[in-house]
Ligand binder design. Structure first.
Ligand code: FAD
Length: 385
């Protein structure tokens, strides 16, 4: 059996590794010409780490991961700690430490695990079609490839999704822009092994450790979609937006490298439950495009990959049955995470200011129990228990 995977992001690569482990012949096609992921880092929560462990990458992901011992919320302007608590109860409950990791390093690790030389770079899919004997992908360079199945792991603007759903969809602007990057750890910003989040005015500024003595940082700034921005001006923009925030935030703004700071408008997509058409299926952001507010988009893509592996393990010679099993295993769980993230996003970014004010009050009384319960709720329910 031969599978073609479109997209060498974390979803496509995890799926490629997962199918290859079953002995399926896998070919990965990626439109970019080199490994240049957008975004600085991601938090791979315990469910994502468990999927990577399942794929045999336990040591590799641990080597890239930052150690988060504690989590805290800090009042935006005064810098006063609203709450601080240990992550250990979470780790004990779910049985796996989460790992914030630099995105490029995660990507490269997955590429190496699959086989870097086996990825066809510079191959942009322009169409996919389906027949009784195979599915065929056409690339912008005029070439085609046919396989028993095609997995569209082609991200949030997926063409495969258009094929599967029979037309384009409209994504929803979530109301804010996320600036992110990496800086050297500086305890003037936050403790070295803490995920620190400054909150106020429906905004947040956050740092968490990744391997190599670095903080992954991000700033959420509510603003209209399509607001003008000059590349490289992150420091000026953030200095103006966060002028009256605490000294730790000012230290971070001074430390960041504006030329390496990403600016991403955050969108998501209403969950949908058709992920398969014939021999073609979507996976990762192509199937469930979420806001990053609970840090589950990439983890969910890794869950898809393991679920796909289980589906082909259980239906080895039957593509329609395997893809149906994959779809049945995933749509509800992934859709629920999208809606959870949307809800969290609205509270964090003051869609209803009273609800956000209530959240800030709750943070001052928090001992970690409620926050950990919420995170555990996101983590549980994946294919690897
Ligand atoms: P992508 O990573 O988008 O990869 C898709 C790949 O397909 C790309 O390489 C692209 O070039 C390629 N491609 C697209 N179209 C074509 C085509 N036509 N032909 C060939 N190739 C094509 N998730 C978490 O789990 N934790 C987090 O902490 C987290 N933080 C985030 C923070 C931000 C600011 C954002 C925006 C997202 C965050 N996410 C997080 C979500 C996560 O980044 C995505 O869910 C994840 O990247 C999805 O992986 P993917 O492989 O499905 O898609």
């Amino acid at each position: 059996m031969k599978a073609v995977i479109i997209g060498a992001g974390m979803g496509g690569l995890s799926a490629a590794i997962a199918l290859k482990q079953l002995g399926i012949e896998v070919e990965v096609y990626e439109q970019v010409t080199e490994n240049k992921p957008v975004g600085a880092a991601i938090s791979v929560w315990s469910n994502g780490v468990k999927c990577l462990n399942h794929l045999g990458l336990e040591r590799e992901v641990a080597a890239l991961g930052g150690i988060v011992e504690t989590m805290s919320y800090v009042e935006a302007k005064t810098g006063d700690t609203m709450c601080r608590f240990s992550m250990q109860p979470l780790i004990d409950e779910v049985g796996q430490r989460p790992y914030p990791v630099a995105r490029a390093e995660l990507q490269l690790m997955l590429m190496n695990a699959y086989g870097l030389d086996d990825i066809h770079f510079g191959k942009k899919m322009i169409s996919v079609s389906d027949g009784s004997d195979g599915a065929t992908v056409e690339f912008a360079d005029g070439t085609t490839v046919t396989a028993d199945l095609v997995i569209g792991a082609d991200g949030a603007k997926s063409r495969t999704r258009e094929y599967v759903l029979g037309g384009p969809v409209t994504r929803r602007y979530a109301g804010y822009v996320n600036f992110n990057g990496l800086v050297e750890i500086d305890e003037a910003i936050g403790p070295a092994t803490e995920w620190t989040t400054y909150v106020g005015d429906g905004r947040r500024v956050s740092v968490m450790p990744v391997a190599g003595g670095r903080f992954y940082f991000f700033f959420d700034v509510p603003m209209p979609e399509g607001a003008p921005y000059e590349r490289g001006s992150a420091r000026e923009v953030l200095a103006a937006e966060f002028a009256d925030w605490a000294p730790g935030v000012q230290t971070l703004i001074a430390a960041l490298d504006p030329s390496a700071t990403n600016r991403v408008e955050i969108l998501d997509l209403d969950p949908f439950h058709t992920w398969v058409k014939g021999r073609v299926a979507v996976l990762g952001d192509a199937a469930h495009n979420t806001t990053p507010d609970i840090g589950q988009g990439g983890c969910s893509a890794m869950e898809d990959a393991v679920a796909l592996q289980y589906a082909f393990r259980d239906h080895p010679d039957d593509v329609p049955a395997a893809l149906a099993a994959y779809q049945a295993a995933r749509t509800e769980r992934a859709g629920e995470l999208v809606l959870r993230a949307r809800k969290r996003c609205d509270v964090t970014h003051a869609k209803d200011p009273e609800k956000t004010a209530q959240w800030y009050r709750e943070l001052r009384d928090e001992d970690g129990t409620n926050i950990i319960r919420g995170i555990v709720g996101n983590i549980m329910g994946g294919p690897v228990t």
